[in-house]
Design a binder for this molecule. Structure first.
Ligand code: NOJ
Length: 576
């Protein structure tokens, strides 16, 4: 299997001299790519279908690697994060894993995965896998063994409990009041075993028992296996739920709109023992240079996140994923993040992912089509994501301004919609998981030759990769330029973040400062009107020069003491 070159040669001999993108990988591993790079999330079943079954697959991703990196006209990202590709019965679309070290045959084979890693590395793109370690599928052999053989070696691998005292044969009382995030009680009775088991998510996703040493050893083996197969890092699904209170104390009640919200989740996550396990996991990841992890904090805030941040180990700050179209909201979220993280901890930021409405839809202007004000907002939002301090995570399709698709609730695949309890209006996650359109030709726009598992966007004839590649004013062309400028400007990928008050409340402005490596000034006009602003003072004998703008402003032009931003202009200037 593919192994990373620097890892193999570290002990015995100096690494070979590398040229081209693979050399970039070796080099930037040393330069903290996890910090300076741009990560691109692929939801594999909606990216590209190579065999016409309507579901995206690994070969489809390989076919489209040039879109992502390795060529002058590629997007220029540094890493892909693949949502789960393991065998799964799909009760939660891959987040219910039946084999942690296999590839779901619908996505391909291990040989395909190896080709994908090689193809990505050859283009200077790293590969991050989604590790779903809080729970397995109920079809995982560990769970099958645990429920059917209560005296066997897997007996304590899950959270099994007898009914609470006071139960009768006809009415079994659950061990405590913990709930499932998707809806309903968190405990399900298993006839075969004659006990309840706990699941933070679906009954088809039983939670592992992290207090059992064999469970910890088994999941750490999974981590080692994928590292040996050449992956560069992991996204850790709901990592803060791994440990639960040892005594399974009930959560205290509070007021709230629905049963989940009516509890303070003190005992079903965020337990102190987590820190020790994460340290073990990180030590394994850190054994090979250039590897990283990013934790998905479940139902938590940036303040909860920082405790787990370490060099090479990021935690998502979700603030941006919930922001409205409002400069003040962006400003405040950034200031809050900076205050919480401080200058020594590195944030990880995203505007969209597979669980939330796409930001191009959140920020859209009703009636605005391709190239309209909704797309202008998408460009401003992209500029914010790619120039504030932190590692940006893009969600496939956002580079063409992809919107949510319409999926009637009665046809939703997403279990969240089916199970929601009164008081909750869950987002139908199918809507943000639609296939990307590669071409203008229907019916499946280059995504598939068959019937796509979810519909493409109604605007796919105009909004697709081919059309936007050919249009210098498209959202895609903007992302390409933005990522190139970010890469070329140390202040943007490394610098500290300082707020700047430009004198107009609708403009979100800041300075990124990398000391001797330079400074950059970013001004983002959220208003659909011109905005007169005052740039910050440049250093003695220096001025701010335009590096990139959505407007007609010439690149290299010096900014005066007072400038007027165009409506919805995103402007990046460097000191020179
Ligand atoms: C978080 C994932 O992002 C989400 O898609 C999934 O449903 C839950 N974890 C359960 O694994």
């Amino acid at each position: 299997m593919t192994r990373r070159m620097e890892g193999e040669h570290a002990a015995a001999e100096p690494p070979p001299v590398l040229h081209g993108p693979a050399a970039d990988i070796a080099d930037s591993s040393r330069r903290d790519w996890w910090k300076t790079g741009v990560v691109y999330q692929i939801y594999p079943r909606s990216f590209a279908d190579s065999n016409g079954d309507g579901l995206g697959d690994l070969a489809g991703i390989i076919d489209h690697l040039d879109h992502l990196g390795g060529r002058p006209d590629s997007l220029g990202i540094d890493a892909v994060w693949l949502s789960p590709i393991y065998p799964s019965p799909d009760f939660d679309f891959g987040y219910d894993v039946a084999d942690y070290v296999g590839i779901d045959p619908r996505f391909g084979t291990l040989a395909d995965f190896e080709r994908l890693v090689e193809g990505a590395h050859a283009r200077g793109i790293r590969v991050i896998l989604d590790l779903v370690l809080n729970h397995t599928s109920h079809r995982h052999p560990w769970f099958e063994a645990s429920r059917t053989d209560p005296a066997g070696p897997y007996r304590d691998w899950y959270l099994w409990r007898d009914p609470a005292p006071g139960s009768t044969k006809g009415r079994r009382r659950r061990p405590n009041n913990w709930r499932s995030w998707f809806g309903g009680p968190g405990w399900t009775w298993d006839e075969a075993r004659g006990q309840f088991y706990f699941h933070t998510f679906l009954a088809e996703q039983p939670d592992l028992n992290y207090r059992h040493p064999a469970v910890r050893a088994a999941v750490l083996d999974v981590v080692r296996t994928w590292l040996d197969r050449g992956v560069d890092g992991f996204r850790l699904d709901v990592f803060n739920a791994f440990y639960k209170d040892a005594a399974l104390r009930p959560n205290p009640r509070r007021r709230g709109a629905d049963p989940w919200a009516r509890q303070r989740h003190l005992h079903d996550r965020n337990q102190p023992e987590l820190a020790g396990f994460l340290a073990e996991l990180r030590a394994i990841v850190d054994e090979q240079p250039g590897r990283m992890t990013v934790g998905e904090l479940f139902d938590g805030s940036a303040a909860d996140a920082v405790a787990f941040v370490a060099p090479g180990h990021l935690i998502f700050d979700w603030a941006a994923i919930f922001l409205p179209w409002d400069a003040a909201a962006f400003r405040q979220a950034t200031a809050a993040r900076e205050a919480i993280f401080g200058e020594h901890r590195w944030p990880a930021n995203a505007l969209s992912n597979h669980d939330q409405p796409r930001h191009a839809s959140r920020f859209d202007v009703p009636g605005s089509g391709v190239g309209g004000p909704g797309d202008a907002r998408a460009k401003v939002a992209a500029a914010a994501l790619l120039t504030v301090r932190g590692t940006p995570f893009l969600y496939y399709g956002e580079e063409i301004g992809q919107r949510n698709i319409a999926v009637p609730r009665e046809r939703a695949f997403d279990p969240f919609v089916r199970l929601a309890e009164p008081g909750r209006e869950p987002f139908n996650r199918d809507e943000c998981r639609g296939p990307i359109a590669w071409t203008g030709e229907g019916p499946a726009h280059g995504f598939s030759t068959g019937a796509p598992w979810l519909p493409l966007g109604a605007d796919a004839r105009q909004r697709n990769v081919a059309a936007q590649s050919a249009d210098p004013s498209s959202v895609l062309s903007w992302y390409r330029r933005l990522i190139a400028v970010r890469r070329a400007t140390p202040a943007l990928h490394l610098g500290g973040q300082a707020a700047h008050d430009p004198g107009d409340a609708d403009v979100f402005a800041y300075v990124r400062d990398a000391g001797a490596a330079g400074r950059a000034f970013v001004a983002l006009n959220f208003a659909d009107r011109g905005a007169p602003i005052t740039p910050p003072a440049a250093g003695p004998g220096r001025s701010w020069r335009v590096a990139l703008t959505t407007d007609e402003r010439p690149v290299g032009e010096s900014l005066g003491d007072r400038i007027t931003l165009a409506p919805l202009e995103a402007l990046i200037a460097v000191e020179g």
